[in-house]
Design a protein around this ligand. Sequence first.
Ligand SMILES: [Zn+2]
Length: 374
Amino acid sequence: MFNDVPGQEKVKDLFARALRERTLSHAYLLSGPEGLAKTAFARELAVALVSTCGGCGICPECDRARRGVHPDLHVVEREGDLIRFEQVEPVIADLGLKPFSGSRRVWIIPEVEYLHSAAANKLLKSIEEPPDYVYFLLVTDRLERVLPTIVSRCQLVEFRPLSDTVVASYLRESHGLDGVAAEALARLSGGAVERAERLAGDAQRRADYLRHASAVAGLAPGVSDPDSPAAFIGVLERHQKQITDEAQEKLKARVGELERQFQDKRDLNWYTKKAEERARREESRLRRVAAQDAVDLLGAWVRDLWVVACGASDVLWNCDRAGDLAVAAVATPDYYARLMAVVARTRKDLYLNIDQKLALQALFARFEEVAESA
Ligand SMILES: [Zn+2]
């Protein structure tokens, strides 16, 4: 079990022990930074909880649970900006039903920080005193934004960023990367294995971002190319278009499945609408993550220029690009620190859902201002 989730040994031990000793709590809150595979973990755990086999991972029941079509496993995802009262109401009404196959029923609520307070109030009593067979697995990247009344009723399980060594060896084993490349991506991922996988999945994109970034005014004194900000943004736009295309492909396949499954027009429409909403949410999440990754790569490059300027080249994140960085870092640490502040501000803008292209254009304009005032 949990083979797909690297690291997090403490968390795995905790649940293995609770299952063995039958001391499982009825409500857990899985918390920690983005990219640590918390929701993937919750799904794996839920498969083990609802399957009569205990989660062998190969039987038809495990397969059903994994594909999200097991009657005892439910996922409540936000619709738009909230998890609404109307979404929680049917959950509560449903809790009285005994398990269909095994001995447990599980509800997973990812992004529980989006739970509307009315929905939370409705849920509280059930989380506190659920029927014996009911389990809640709540997940959040932002514990500080989860309603305290929810937090206090759950057992908190903290996921921690992995060490560079663990991420690097995972990348070497599962993605076949060589030593210094794996090390660089591990450092760039900040211990978040999903981010490391995104980086490993497309090495060319990182190379493109860095090529354009290193010719941006303010980062490349004397050799800057005025087209490079637009080129940098172009890499992101191509990536986002690919995300949209893939989302549409996936949705089309899903709708095809539904058409085969449901003959009743009303059922079909309802499930199709749900599938479309879900596809839209996932697409917009992936587009946002792509923009954040782009800014993070740029930020890591600036941070490394600062590191070289400080004379501490042994702690580079882009350690596979040490030569380029050594040539490029011609300004003072103070200068790069000012650029790092610009990047930090953009990260915050993206988090606040400000238009991604505008946010990046503003970032490059501010870089230029810093360069001109230096
Ligand atoms: Zn099984």
